[in-house]
Design a protein around this ligand. Structure first.
Ligand SMILES: [Zn+2]
Length: 264
């Protein structure tokens, strides 16, 4: 096989391996990221609950002020009772006292209701804080094990990158440049084996002449349909080599058939 083609196949394999590390890194970090998201969600909920809590507390203190005022008025009425002389004054004061007492009852009920509400908010906040705490503990444990996995992945990737550097050192820069240009759009399918007589990248069937040329592995040949670099994988299943003889089914000979008949 052409030495340059052999190098290209190797470097393309290495690039594929290097790229395969990315999803592994994402996967390793996934659970930690999920935990961070969960904690953010809980923290946001706590902020909203704290706002509600402040609002309820404000309402309670307003009711308490109102209640103090009502009690003061009731004390005034208690003093006024000593000065009541007529039946009319008696009635008016009784009515006033009754209304105030109703207002006191209402204010007390309101304070009780609001206090229950505030306690519920406090419980909700506390339970979310507990959840965050336990997530923090689990996250720390997870981070330690994830770091171990990541370190191993980074180490392997570093080794492979080193292999690539060593390999490309000995390559013709023109060829590596040519390959990198294809790789920009074809990524990990820049150098592909022929599969069932077709380009392994775009899967369009190749004509016989091209197939034979590629089989010889003497040159770097690109797919005429997509531009990827093609080669015949010597380790491919037998079927691939067998197809070499099955030329009748190919497109190109069909197109040429009328011309051949004319010659005959
Ligand atoms: Zn192709």
């Amino acid at each position: 096989m052409n030495r340059y083609l052999q190098q290209l196949i190797e470097v393309a394999e290495i690039d594929k391996k290097i790229d395969s590390f990315e999803p592994r890194i994402v996967e390793a970090k996934f659970e930690v990221n999920q935990m961070i998201k969960q904690k953010d969600k809980l923290a946001n909920e706590i902020t909203l609950l704290e706002d509600d809590h402040k609002e309820v507390s404000l309402k309670i203190s307003k009711n308490e002020t109102h209640l103090a005022e009502l009690n003061k008025k009731l004390e005034d009425i208690a003093r006024k009772w000593k000065m009541v002389k007529t039946e009319k004054e008696n009635k008016a004061l009784s009515l006033e006292e009754e209304i105030l007492k109703e207002q006191v009852t209402f204010a007390n009920e309101e304070i009780e209701r609001l206090s229950k509400n505030r306690n519920a908010k406090e419980e909700e906040i506390a339970s979310r804080q507990d959840e965050i705490e336990s997530l923090n503990t689990r996250e720390q444990e997870l981070r330690v094990s994830v770091q171990g996995v990541l370190d191993e992945i980074y180490k392997q990737r570093e080794e492979i990158l080193h292999t690539k550097i060593e390999l490309t050192k000995n390559m013709d820069p023109k060829i590596t440049h040519f390959y990198e240009k294809i790789r920009k759009w074809a990524r990990n399918t820049s150098v592909v084996p022929i599969y069932k007589h077709a380009c392994g990248g775009c899967f369009i069937r190749l004509n016989d002449k091209l197939y034979i040329d590629i089989s010889k592995s003497e040159d770097i040949i690109t797919c005429p349909h997509c531009g990827r670099i093609l080669y015949v994988d010597e380790n491919a299943p037998v079927q691939e080599k067998e197809t070499k003889s099955k030329t009748k089914k190919e497109k190109e000979p069909k197109a040429q058939e009328p011309a051949l008949e004319a010659v005959e």
